[in-house]
Design a protein around this ligand. Sequence first.
Ligand code: UTP
Length: 271
Amino acid sequence: MIKQAIIPLAGLGTRLLPLTSVFPKELLPINGKPGIEYILDECIEAGIKEVVFIISKKKEMIKRYFYNDKFYKNIIKKKKDPRIIKEYQKILKYKKMIKFVYQNKPLGTGDAVLRTKKYIKNKFFLMLLPDDLIIKNNCSKTMIKVHQKYNSSVMASMHVNRKSVSRWGIYKLGKKLNKNNYVIKDVIEKPSISKAPSNKAVIGRYILPKKIFSKLLNQKPGKGGEVHITDAIQSFIQNDEKFIAHNFTGKYLDCGSMDGYIKSTLEIAKL
Ligand code: UTP
């Protein structure tokens, strides 16, 4: 069973400047609720019991958000406001399941994943990239079912515009397993249009094998000098490890870009 999830949060968030110059993007409100809470709610509903946050010194405000007990207790003592009491209880519930590890230099997603090595107990774990919100269907929950059926790694996938392939990890389709699930043949991090093997992109939900840590330990930096998780996955695929692309059915919201962040508030308000 998949009971643990990891969430990389140590990136710089430059696409959302100036909002992110002092404030972590994951705490920015989306329709009155911090983005990270949508991600945690997705995890809880999918049956996840423990979440490891990868943060940096610059993003310690994320930790403080969950560890502000003294402040809440004082306010609640004075005001006894039922809404604040409910919000505090929700934060306490999140806090109980979160562990923090540090990546103080943004050396890439692969390097961020490696920081969680000592916490991962089972053969597989879930990773969620918090910029990618998926609404209307719990993508993690469905992916866990796919994982249980095929006993393999799974990644969320989506069709993207050909012109935008260089923003994503793009994969080559292999065998069709059923309507929404395909075996992945190759995956390339941020390819140019001419090198992209398809228009199919990997989105920020991954079920990864624990053995990826030993791969990451020896992995050299790739594009842009960063250690990418995609490169470790590609190396596994080349060694005949099965990775499934799951075409999710919910609606994708890109909260990591300014345009997408603004749109996500409007979309969630419609729910
Ligand atoms: P991105 O590279 O897409 O986003 O990382 P970013 O770096 O946060 O923001 P921009 O591109 O400067 O606007 C994808 C996810 O991986 C995390 C980020 O926090 C984000 O959730 N990440 C990225 C790390 O935790 N460590 C890294 O070294 C790189």
